[in-house]
Design a binder for this molecule. Structure first.
Ligand code: PMP
Length: 433
């Protein structure tokens, strides 16, 4: 009786206010749908092919080799062999000297790197510019830090000659971007190559962002987890290497994306000590430390890549080659059924136009849920094919502006892509017969 009466008194709100309005998560919802209904899952971004042998062997060696200390805690801000090799690697990429102890920190995936950035650098009332469409967690993370996200869209310019659109056709309007910067702006989040479009920002576009950052004394949180996944000979340019940007940029990376091992959850940040010292404060008071064995194996992976840098045997050379073929294959098969793809310049995602399939999933006027979201749910339940609605990558205010697209992940075995294509072909035949 006493227990019940005590429970009844517990009527105060339990939820911290900072969680207001950020409880929904697209991945929780769509991962569950895919697990329940999908025969072919091109939804969430992870490869269904194995991580490279040299990496899994390094893990095995770390696990059962002679060094039993790899089962214990290591340095809080990054296992020494990993921060050392990351510093060496990024010295090469950025053309500047780096101190492994102060210019690099290891995190639990890029996700925790992002969390550290927002918690460490964003204050109540600060504005953070986010380019739409964006990896969805930026918005709730800014809000949790007390900041206000300010959105600026990439605007599509349809090609005139009837060709397929490219992610390069989605561009920032320079005047619109400039109008978002003010004395309240603390940071801009840049994600190049961009999830979900696969856009690889050009030097000109990055120059424009850099100029505005310098002019308004704004930080740049540069999410570069897809840095090696760039196609057609395009080059990934690091904004930190542009004039005036090193001191104000945090680069974020992910071994999950880099080595096709998303489950390992090893990520990192690279940047100036004046920024990273505050990220370390968040890290030491939250996660403190990441799994030692995974860090050791990733360190060995990077040592291999450092040795083979730029050579044909390098995984960072081979992986994009293989993925480009998969991209082209999926582009062809989507185009073949009339689900017009936007050809991505990078990442392992591809956005496609579902308009020709609209008759199968009639619109519901005045629905709160964007059309593409209902379409993606219908598709997984009725066709067994999982994809992610593009509107999930837009702010609440703008999610109804782009509701005719879904995102596919093509980091998949040939058989998986073929099975997806078979579903689409059959669907198209049913429509026309
Ligand atoms: N940033 C972007 C743009 C991503 O797409 C992802 C993963 N989907 C992450 C960060 C998170 O990476 P990790 O798995 O290393 O936490």
């Amino acid at each position: 009786f006493l227990f019940h009466s005590l429970q009844a008194k517990m009527s105060r709100p339990v939820q911290a206010q900072r969680l207001e309005g950020i409880d929904k998560n697209i991945w929780v919802e769509f991962v569950k749908l895919a697990a329940t209904y999908s025969k072919v899952n091109l939804g969430q971004g992870f490869p269904d092919f194995p991580a490279p042998d040299f990496l899994t062997e390094a893990f095995r060696r770390a696990l059962s080799g002679g060094n039993h200390m790899l089962h214990q805690y290591t340095r809080a801000f990054g296992h020494p062999p990993l921060v050392k090799v990351l510093a060496q690697f990024f010295e090469k990429l950025l053309g500047r000297d780096l101190d492994p102890m102060t210019n690099v920190m290891v995190t639990v995936g890029a996700y925790q790197a992002l969390f550290c950035c927002f918690q460490a650098l964003v204050d109540e009332g600060d504005e953070v510019i986010i380019i739409e469409p964006f990896f969805d967690c930026y918005e709730p993370m800014v809000k949790m830090a007390g900041g206000t996200p300010v959105f600026v869209p990439l605007r599509p310019n349809p090609p005139k000659d009837g060709k397929l659109m490219s992610s390069a056709d989605w561009q920032l309007d320079p005047a619109e971007l400039a109008s978002k910067f003010s004395e309240r702006t603390k940071a801009i989040v840049l994600n190049s190559p961009n999830n979900p479009l696969g856009k690889v920002f050009s030097r000109g576009e990055l120059g424009l962002i850099a100029e505005l950052c310098v002019k308004h004394d704004v930080l740049c949180i540069s999410d570069e987890v897809y840095e090696w996944l760039v196609y057609d000979g395009k080059q990934h340019i690091r904004i930190a290497s542009l004039q005036g940007m090193w001191d104000r940029t945090v680069i974020i990376g992910s071994a999950g994306k880099t080595f096709s091992a998303t489950g390992w959850k090893v990520g990192w940040v690279v940047g100036p000590d004046r920024l990273l010292q505050h990220l370390r404060t968040v890290h030491q008071n939250s996660v403190y430390h990441c799994a030692t064995i995974a860090q050791e194996a990733v360190a060995q992976g990077f040592q291999r890549e450092l040795m083979l840098y730029g050579k044909p045997e390098s995984y960072f050379v081979q992986l994009p080659k293989e993925l480009q073929q998969k991209r082209d294959w999926l582009v062809q098969s989507l185009d073949g059924v009339g689900m017009k793809p936007i050809i991505p310049e990078g990442t392992y995602f591809l956005v496609a136009d579902i308009s020709p399939f609209k008759s199968d999933v009639p619109d519901v006027p005045n629905s709160d849920e964007p059309y593409d979201s209902r379409f993606a749910k219908w598709m997984v339940k009725n066709k067994g094919l999982a994809a992610i609605p593009l509107s999930a990558f837009y702010s609440e205010a703008h999610k109804n502006n782009y509701t005719n697209f879904i995102r596919f992940c093509f980091a998949k075995e040939e058989a998986t892509l073929k099975a997806a294509s078979d579903i689409l072909q059959k669907w198209k035949q049913e429509k026309t017969s």
